[in-house]
Design a protein around this ligand. Structure first.
Ligand code: URA
Ligand code: CA
Length: 441
């Protein structure tokens, strides 16, 4: 088979066959098709789309481009959840221990920060000694004994996605529904969980900015997952502003621990409980969402969730001292307030700008080689709808030095849009999507 007619077909907006899709996915995984032909095809897909059948074939071909993890040896129904990426989006660290404490095994392969978004692996690595690189054997053993493990993707998981994702990142072809759906779902299918809850973000800080586009992405992914024999559902949740108040790796771990210890609440906890309740339903531990939520709340109240996090940290070689004393986490040397220079209602936030500000401080990578500073970031003190007057605290920045702190303060001020008119707080959960229906909330 030859790439040129495949590119030609998609250039003309025609549907590709299973053989054609298998050919280029295999080429991406093995390196037998050159990057320039893959890049041309990705742009043709970005511009002309793919129909439902093509998107499914693409996802399945990518899933089988590498190893598919077999979780059958794990007693019960192993579940996973995946977020399309956000800022201050620490739901995994809050919900994974709670779900495991309710008796449902959580076998989670997470990612690193990407662009303006943070990554669970980078957050976990701010815990001294914590290892995200477990062999498949150790991963399975830990899910069996502890009930939860969060690790990086094993080397040969969906290798076609590794090639295609890296090309998309540098050819302006990330924002394509079939490409996003196939990328995410292929990795979830390959990582083996039977029940999968997707958290599809929507709004200024998300891949898909309108609710309708986000619902369409959620529907596409859920249909493919269910067609492939997994139980998959999705929530469409807000990313018009950071979800948690803490942005930065150790800061986000601190916020998750504070939540599990019952010291703080807020939208991050609300979304984590909603997602976790659905994981309990898929894992067979709750008959419906209200029962799932009640069980999650009980695991939170009793401290069972925090105890489970501690157990997971110890199992993965980390120092659990931070669970009892959050000051054991890395601390930034410079902590300064960012105050309002005007007055009004917080009307909008440039969430991408906030994520980029954290990245600029050292919380994320600008190049693949960059080393993350776990201690830096900021804690937001306002949300959309809040009224502020001059001098009010907008955020507290945690920086490596004075200059970086000042740059972050300026950036955060620019990202917060004030209006003289009152503004309503953001709706947190926009829709629930399963294979049969969309429930707009
Ligand atoms: N996350 C992924 O893994 N892939 C995408 O395409 C977008 C977000
Ligand atoms: Ca099983």
């Amino acid at each position: 088979m030859n790439m040129v007619p495949i590119i030609e077909k998609k250039k003309l907006g025609q549907a590709l066959t299973a053989e054609e899709i298998d050919f280029f996915v295999n080429g991406a995984a093995t390196g037998s098709v050159p990057d320039y032909q893959l890049a041309a095809l990705l742009m043709a897909i970005r511009l002309n789309g793919m129909n439902r059948e093509e998107t499914k074939l693409l996802t399945l071909a990518m899933t089988h481009s590498g190893d598919v993890v077999d979780l059958d040896a794990i007693p019960g129904i192993p579940v996973d959840k995946h977020s399309t990426g956000g800022v201050g989006d620490t739901t995994t660290l809050v919900l994974a221990p709670l779900v495991a404490a309710c008796g449902v095994p959580v076998a989670k392969m997470s990612g690193r920060g990407l662009g303006h978004t943070g990554g669970t692996l980078d957050k976990l690595e701010s815990i001294s000694g914590f290892s995200v690189n477990l062999s498949e054997e150790d991963f399975l053993a830990q899910v069996k004994t502890v009930g939860v493990a969060v690790i990086g993707q094993t080397a040969n998981l969906a290798p076609a996605d590794k090639t295609l994702y890296a090309l998309r990142d540098v050819t302006s072809t990330v924002d394509s529904l079939p490409l996003i759906a196939s990328s995410i779902v292929s990795k979830k299918l390959a990582s083996g969980a039977k029940g999968i809850v997707l958290d599809v973000k929507t709004g200024a800080g998300a891949l898909m900015q309108t609710t309708e586009d986000s619902i369409a992405l959620a529907q596409t992914m859920v249909r493919i997952g269910c067609d492939a024999g997994r139980n998959m559902v999705a929530l469409v949740t807000d990313m018009g502003e950071p979800l948690g108040s803490h942005v930065g790796n150790a800061l986000e771990v601190k916020e998750a621990i504070d939540m599990l210890a019952g010291r703080t609440q807020g939208p991050l906890l609300t979304v984590a409980l909603e997602l976790g309740a659905r994981m309990l339903v898929l894992g067979g531990a709750a008959k419906d969402v209200p029962e799932g939520k009640a069980k999650m709340e009980e695991a939170l109240r009793s401290g069972a969730g925090l105890a489970k996090l501690k157990e997971m940290i110890v199992a993965q070689g980390g120092d659990p001292a931070c669970c009892d004393d959050v000051s054991a986490l890395p601390q930034a040397p410079v902590v300064l307030p960012c105050t309002a220079t005007g007055e009004g209602y917080v009307a909008a936030m440039d969430t991408v700008g906030l994520g980029n500000a954290a990245q600029q401080m050292g919380a994320g990578r600008r190049t693949k080689e960059d080393v993350i500073d776990p201690a830096v970031g900021f804690v937001m003190n306002v949300r959309i709808g809040d009224r502020v007057t001059e001098g009010d605290l907008l955020a507290t920045v945690h920086a490596k030095d004075e200059q970086s702190a000042q740059e972050a303060i300026d950036a955060i001020r620019r990202c917060i849009v004030l209006s003289s008119e009152p503004v309503s707080p953001c709706k947190l959960i926009h829709a629930f999507v399963n294979s049969e229906s969309v429930e707009r909330l």
